[in-house]
Ligand binder design. Structure first.
Ligand code: SF4
Ligand code: SF4
Length: 135
């Protein structure tokens, strides 16, 4: 029996997904995506899982990693539901699920944490190159 997370839509929006709830299941994205087959309704299946909040199915799926973000599905979506962006957001969300430190989720969801991390890495790189005699 699949479990449903009624807050999943709110959660995935924090990872960059936009308007995927506008999907009315027409199938245009599946028709245009080169990764879909007669047996795989890619990416529509993942959109359906996301709108229904079927978190366990999404966690156990490797399909979001197949998408190469060409954007064709989003271009041909009559509802501007941005299925391509949802695929990228699912990848970010999955990365955060795998990461036991919680750091990647923080960086994806919080712009200031991301900027601070970038400044820290830049400072560390400059400092390291200076003390190593490369500057
Ligand atoms: S093309 Fe858009 S509306 Fe149609 S199934 Fe795909 S995401 Fe949903
Ligand atoms: S962005 Fe991904 S899901 Fe959409 S058409 Fe391209 S490969 Fe398929």
């Amino acid at each position: 029996m699949p479990t449903i997370n009624p807050n999943f839509a709110n959660e995935i929006i924090k990872f960059g997904a936009k308007d995927f709830n506008l999907c009315f299941n027409c199938g245009n994205c599946t028709a245009i995506c080169s990764l879909s087959t007669n047996d795989e309704t890619f990416p529509r299946e993942l959109i359906r899982y996301s709108t229904l909040g079927l978190e366990d199915e999404l966690k156990s799926s490797l399909k979001p990693w197949l998408c190469y973000y060409c954007g064709e599905c989003s271009t041909h979506c009559p509802r501007q539901a941005n299925p391509g962006e949802l695929m990228m957001s699912l990848r970010r969300w999955l990365t955060a699920q795998y990461d036991w430190t919680g750091l990647s989720g923080l960086l994806y969801k919080n712009l200031w944490a991301y900027i601070l991390a970038m400044i820290t890495v830049l400072g560390a790189t400059i400092g390291l190159s200076y003390f190593s005699g490369y500057s």
